[in-house]
Design a protein around this ligand. Structure first.
Ligand code: AMP
Ligand code: MG
Length: 497
């Protein structure tokens, strides 16, 4: 009865079927604790698409107690709140103990589309808070909410966001801000750093238990494998290679690719000072706190590989070092293959030609030298008229150096001549892979300012709607596809959230 209603997306909050398999792991994996109450919570945003994943009826968001529940003031029946422990390499330095310092896992809600961890981010201090206050600010909660749903709509694996609950409780960052709790959803929140914790403590039995848990719950196809742990590493490498290729292709910069922010499921997780590249710069650093550019855009593929080494090392109690090494060697080719395939599609090529990689590099050089808008360039490229005398004025306008553009356009035209289809067919294909709308920093900032200064949450909704169909033309929403206005030049995002 309940199951059927969950499938219809019709269950009430009290009817959510909670389980917490993570909570059945040994006590060394977490600390059970309740969220810290948040004064006078109110609903800021609710995402019916995420609610549908767990079968929750969208009308439930209108309940007077919805905000109380999703800031952790009131616990749903069956939830089993806990903070998970992990470790991780932060900016290349191993930190032996981290953990959910401000996130509390309520448990897994089972819906028609599998089981989803429901985690309250910003729900108060935990034993892993270190010097932190256990809170999240409204600004960063809106940023995570919008980005995770934008990434999902772009087809990039990510955690999801169910709701934001706000409170006027002050939270001190560089300035005084107000508190919020984001309800995050993912099939699992296990990180590379979770393995690193037990491995560095030489608690090898826990490394095995965690690997078994991950395989059992999330990689069931490996249960019968001859070398399940090695296969697990291989799967994580494969998923990570693909994920990073997707990030690079869409121009997403994570900003803090520490190993505790790397998902064992290959999801984009822990949105902080992220950014979508606007004016193209290969070495773009989106995180203002990243002085050395360790996590610059063009470093992401290598950093992911480095992070996978950390994971492999943590798995050494379970696998042979040579096998781990050869698994890691596969990463680069896998990444390159995914990236080139994605970029070929963005360039509108249905065939593979030997010089494609070189043409791609030269295209990126053209963009880099001109600081051309990455998203606008590729969207505009869909309209490229391949006739020899075509002006392609809109594209041409993106480049101050006319000669460099003309030389490139000539090569691009020659390459298109090797394709069979007509321009219109190519455009239709390109529009399905070159988004018109990405979450530009200033768009998020506009929604944040309206929410923080005027308690106006309509812009969050509007932006979510636009970003949920990034490949559609949406002519009425043209303003959301425009480059940043001058005031946005002063925006900077940092680790503070
Ligand atoms: P991040 O780089 O944002 O993923 O955070 C790194 C670690 O710091 C994680 O273990 C977080 O749980 C913890 N952390 C971040 N902000 C806070 C906070 N305000 N209070 C407590 N812990 C925090
Ligand atoms: Mg983190």
């Amino acid at each position: 009865m309940n199951t059927a209603r969950a499938e219809l997306g019709a269950v009430r909050l009290e009817e959510l079927r909670f389980d917490n398999r993570y909570g059945r792991l040994p006590p060394a994996f977490y600390t059970r604790l309740a969220p810290t109450p948040l004064p006078n919570p109110y609903l800021v945003a609710f995402n019916p698409a995420a609610a549908e994943l767990i079968g929750l009826a969208p009308e439930e968001a209108a309940r007077a107690d919805f905000a109380e529940i999703f800031c952790g003031n009131r616990l749903l029946p069956g939830s089993d709140p806990l903070a998970a422990i992990y470790a991780g390499h932060q900016f290349g330095v191993f930190v032996p103990q981290l953990g959910d310092g401000r996130a509390i896992l309520l448990g897994e809600a089972a819906g028609a589309q599998g089981r989803w961890d429901l985690q309250l981010k910003g729900a108060g201090q935990t034993p892993y808070s270190r010097m932190g206050d256990g809170r999240a600010v409204l600004r960063s909660s809106i940023r995570e909410y919008l980005a995770s749903e934008a990434m999902h709509a772009l087809g990039i694996p990510t955690t999801r966001a169910l709701a934001i609950v706000g409170s006027d409780a002050p939270v001190i960052r560089e300035n005084v801000e107000s508190a919020a709790v984001l309800t995050r959803m993912a099939p699992s929140h296990v990180r590379f750093g979770t393995f690193e914790l037990f491995s560095s403590r030489r608690q090898h039995e826990h490394v095995g238990t965690l690997a078994d848990h991950v395989i059992e719950q999330h990689y069931p196809q490996l249960r019968e494998a001859r070398e399940p742990y090695l296969e697990l590493l291989r799967m994580v490498i494969a998923r990570t290679a693909k994920l990073i290729a997707q990030w690079q292709a869409v121009g997403f910069c994570h900003g803090v690719m520490n190993t505790d922010n790397m998902s064992i499921l290959g999801l984009t997780i822990d949105y902080g000072p992220y950014g979508f590249i606007e004016a193209f710069d290969r070495g773009h650093i989106c995180n203002h706190s990243d002085d050395s550019g360790r996590y610059a855009y063009n470093m992401q593929p290598r950093v992911a590989h480095w992070n996978l080494y950390c994971l492999a090392e943590a798995l050494l109690p379970l696998i042979e070092v040579e096998a781990a090494q050869s698994a890691l060697e596969a990463y680069e080719a896998q990444y390159e293959q995914h990236y080139l395939a994605l970029m070929r599609a963005k360039l509108g090529f249905a065939t593979e030609q030997p010089d494609d990689a070189a043409l791609l590099q030269d295209t990126l050089k053209l963009l880099h030298d001109a600081h051309a808008d990455y998203t606008i360039f590729f969207r505009c490229l869909g309209d490229f008229d391949s006739a020899p005398d075509a002006a392609n004025a809109a594209l041409r306008e993106l480049f101050a150096d006319g000669a460099a553009y003309a030389a490139w356009a000539g090569r691009y035209r020659a390459r298109l001549a090797l394709e069979a289809g007509a321009d219109a067919e190519r455009k239709a294909r390109m529009d399905r892979v070159n988004p018109k709308f990405v979450l530009r920093n200033y768009l998020a900032e506009t929604a944040i300012r309206k929410a923080a200064d005027e308690r106006d949450y309509a812009e969050i909704e509007r932006l979510m709607r636009v970003l949920s169909r990034p490949y559609d033309e949406q002519p009425a929403m043209q303003a959301y596809a425009e480059p940043a206005p001058p005031w946005a030049a002063a925006l900077a995002v940092s680790c503070s959230s």
